[in-house]
Design a protein around this ligand. Sequence first.
Ligand code: NCD
Ligand code: ZN
Length: 369
Amino acid sequence: MSDAPKIESLTIIRPDDFHVHFRDGGVLRAVVPSTARDFARAIVMPNLIPPVVTGEQASAYKARILDCVPEGSFQPLMTLYLTETTQPENVRQAIDNKLIHAIKLYPAGATTNSDSGVHCVERVIPVLEVLAETGTPLCVHGEVTDPDIDIFDREAAFIDKVLLPLRERLPELRIVMEHITTRDGVDFVKSQDDNVAATITPHHLMLNRNHLLAGGIRPHYYCLPIVKRESHRQALRVAATSGDSRFFLGTDSAPHTRDTKESACGCAGVFNAPNTMGCLAQVFEEEQALDKLEMFSSLAGSKFYRLPANDSRITLRRFAEPVKFPAMLATATTSSPAGLDGFDQVTGPDSSIVVFDPAQPVYWDVVRD
Ligand code: NCD
Ligand code: ZN
């Protein structure tokens, strides 16, 4: 251990979140300010009910998001949900009209609201060819859904069964493997060229499967891909703090109301938008890599997405005592246009959203005025 004085404050280029779920209606209104407070831009996931599948739907959703931004200049970066009936020409148009920044591939049945996803990648090759041609990233939920494959092995199996053949088939396609959770994911990205990158969440840097399962089941740590054993968490921490620009921040902040998490069949998703940057500073400090935090959360993602770096900054401060983050976010119970989502139907005390508990003291937070 070095006896250099502890760093007490850190100013970095304002970060972006390259993977967030905002939902719609009352939940949207409740959660957007948390992201807009610390992040300049966010890649917004399209897994609403029904999913965002056209450029027009993406623009309408963007307008609803912007309507929930308190003040300032937060910019939602929209995506489309890839289905087996997505038309390549519609995708090309949405890209040409600058309505979208990426397309999301969910294997059918892999996670929350993924029923309209892809069963067979072969059927979406014409759309992927448009992405390859235009340099538009394909964001991939990298888990197989085969019931014979153990849930802890689904990421590794996806690399072998889907990603490696896809790389051979379309080497020009630019792929983001979303929320990697294993050493296999890290090794895969490192073994590829610059057309492959990965996002990493704060919770996968802080939790292993004991946090989820030992001494009682903790539904607020249940997310997909599921948290893995400690050696995988260590591999993720090394990758995130390495300064390698192929690894960047995607929070996968995924709000579900409390009643749907604390249930006999609880939803997958961790809501971490309010405390991501404090948690990350803690992780990077522990890894003695605070000087790499800006690359991970503010530079690498925009480089991959071919966006300019943000021109504003945020300051993080180290406190003498652990930071007390808010435990819960209330959701408005105002109604949304019928059928837009399944998340704002609930009223009453259980319609609040539990904020990520990092399971360890965190001494860092963003300075906000
Ligand atoms: C996400 C959600 O709730 O939409 N859940 C999750 O556990 N991450 C879906 C996803 O990103 O897989
Ligand atoms: Zn997600």
